[in-house]
Unconditional design. Structure first.
Lengths: 169, 368
């Protein structure tokens, strides 16, 4: 088993795979409000990303075990799937937000305490290492079911690394 | 002695679904559950479920329990359904088809049902290692009960053994309760649970040690640590054992179907490793070799709760149909829908094991 396989087999994405792809760069850079990224590379029986999508951007599943496919032209970055996905596998990245080198990430959050607008939070990569301290822009609870979406400002260069936030003292 | 048309043993996701389904066709149903509160494992499941809308995907397990309670409540009002909690079924007497149960610790009751749905769930497995009887060594189900039903954190630093869905999910829930997970051990070179569940805890900094096992629990009176060991593909030790600092060792190493009543009823049983133990042979409508007994949920083979709910529907439907409740057209329509849903749930790579296991125990019909 290579180190890469070992990482993937323990829950860390190491490269693009079906069900875990980057949005098309050109559209992504100009899409206000951002586009969804889904990191769901395993075939499991689950489709709430599709059923919760109000615009049809997450395409219908022929087989409920299919990995998600996205029509990015329809994605509005609303983050409803971010809060619905039971695997917390969806996030939204808005590259048009803020200064030229900044981006806004909308990440699912189910821990305590809940961060508040203006707080500085640790931004963690897929292995839980802190790679940045970002500012919370807003916190929403789209489905009123205790899964929150934390909107946090990050450097554009780290949008493919940061995958979680953690409240720090 | 009491009587009932359909007795459902177990009020978890499968049993509740069976009771609702049977009552919806007009059957008179009695539900027994050994716990104080019905819902089985659902009431401990603070995470959102997978599956499709029909199985309440994206909804937390405890909320799904509430949805099922509400549905059952409607039938209770009409007097068709009776529910007894804190009522443990203790025996099936094949001479006269009597079932006995104990309410609390002293009230002993006999009930004679026409038909029975056994939805008795599962028991946790443990693995042997020195000091595994120290206080602080828990089954994952016990940790969930303590934490999510009674609101008690089991400890401060947990070593999780097993990276199946239960190990991964309970780790996440412990973190939500403010408990540190020092690591998750998995004997195989790959996590057994859903990849997204692993990603969820990994990005919060929890290490998952593939090809590692627990060698020993440390401590005199309580758990004060553990020795872990890397192993190879043949489960032989590689390198030196390592010491881990923890005060809780949580075992999430699998479940096994609870099937004593099925044995007592002389149902044809078979040991099926993919379904995690002895299970009753059954037909497509979940009927066992005993013409009056159906089986559903984990008691029929360890699987996700989403599948247990659909199996419960099928068993409840078939038991009610055997008493001529509902029309054949209605039975056919509903059973078609449920079978399609089960097939969908089991179609993926994670369902491979289940499919293989079912091939061993399912028969077309009992050939009457």
């Amino acid at each position: 088993m290579t180190d890469k396989e070992k990482l993937y087999n323990s829950g860390i994405l190491t490269e693009e795979r079906p069900g875990a792809v980057r949005p098309p760069q050109e559209l992504w850079e100009t899409k206000k409000n951002g586009l969804v990224l889904i990191e769901c590379p395993q075939r499991i029986p689950c489709n709430p990303c599709h059923t919760s999508c109000p615009t049809g951007a997450v395409l219908p599943f022929d087989d409920i075990n299919d990995t998600p496919r996205i029509d990015y032209s329809k994605c509005t970055g609303c983050a409803l799937c971010v809060a619905k996905c039971p695997g917390l596998a969806c996030l939204v990245v808005d590259l048009t937000w803020g200064e030229a080198d900044q981006a806004l990430m909308k990440l699912p959050y189910e821990m305590l305490p809940l961060p508040a607008k203006g707080d500085e939070v640790a931004c963690l990569n897929r292995e839980g290492k802190e790679v940045h301290r970002g500012t919370v822009i807003s916190v929403t609870e789209p489905w009123k079911d205790k899964t929150y979406v934390v909107h946090v400002s990050v450097p554009k260069a780290l949008v493919m690394d940061i995958r979680a936030v953690k409240v720090v003292d | 002695m009491k009587t009932t048309e359909i007795l459902v043993v177990g009020g978890g996701p499968a049993g509740l679904s069976a009771a609702i389904e049977a009552a919806s066709l007009g059957a008179e149903v009695t539900v027994l559950d050994s716990d104080l509160k019905l819902g089985g494992q659902l009431i401990k499941q603070t995470h959102k479920f997978f599956g499709s809308k029909e199985e309440h995907a994206g909804t937390r397990g405890l909320t799904i329990a509430d949805i099922l309670f509400e549905e059952l409540e409607k039938h209770k009002e009409s007097g068709k359904v009776k529910v007894f909690s804190n009522a443990t079924a203790t025996g099936y007497y094949k001479e006269d088809g009597m079932v006995t149960y104990v309410v609390g610790e002293d009230e002993y009751v006999r009930i004679k049902p026409k038909k029975i749905v056994m939805a008795t769930g599962a028991q946790e497995r443990l693995i042997p290692f020195p000091n595994n009887d120290l206080p602080g060594v828990y089954g994952a189900g016990a940790v969930q009960t303590l934490m999510n039903v009674y609101g008690v954190a089991p400890g401060d630093k947990v070593l999780m053994v097993g990276a199946g869905n239960i190990g991964l999910i309970v780790s996440y829930q412990l973190m939500q309760a403010g408990v540190e997970i020092v690591g998750i051990l998995e004997a195989l070179p790959k996590i057994g649970g859903y990849w997204v569940h692993a990603a969820k805890v990994r990005r919060l900094g929890v290490p998952i040690y593939l090809q590692h096992t627990i060698k020993e629990a440390l401590g005199d009176n309580i758990v004060e640590g553990a020795i872990i060991q890397e192993i190879d593909n043949k489960f032989q030790p590689v390198g030196d054992p390592k010491k881990v600092d923890c005060d809780i060792i949580c075992l999430a190493v699998g479940l096994t179907p609870t099937c004593e009543l099925l044995w007592q009823a002389d149902c044809t049983m078979k040991f099926v490793p993919q379904l995690c133990g002895y299970v009753a042979r059954r037909d497509a409508l979940m009927r066992t070799s005993h013409p009056d007994i159906w089986v559903a949920g984990d008691a029929a083979g360890i699987e996700e709760a989403s599948a247990a709910m659909v199996e419960g529907r099928i068993a409840g439907l078939a038991a009610a149909a055997s008493l001529n409740h509902g029309t054949p057209e209605e039975h056919k329509k509903r059973s078609g829908i449920y079978h399609k849903r089960l097939e969908d749930l089991r179609a993926g790579e994670v369902g491979e094991k289940i499919r293989a296991g079912l091939c061993e125990v399912c028969c077309e019909c009992w050939g009457e």
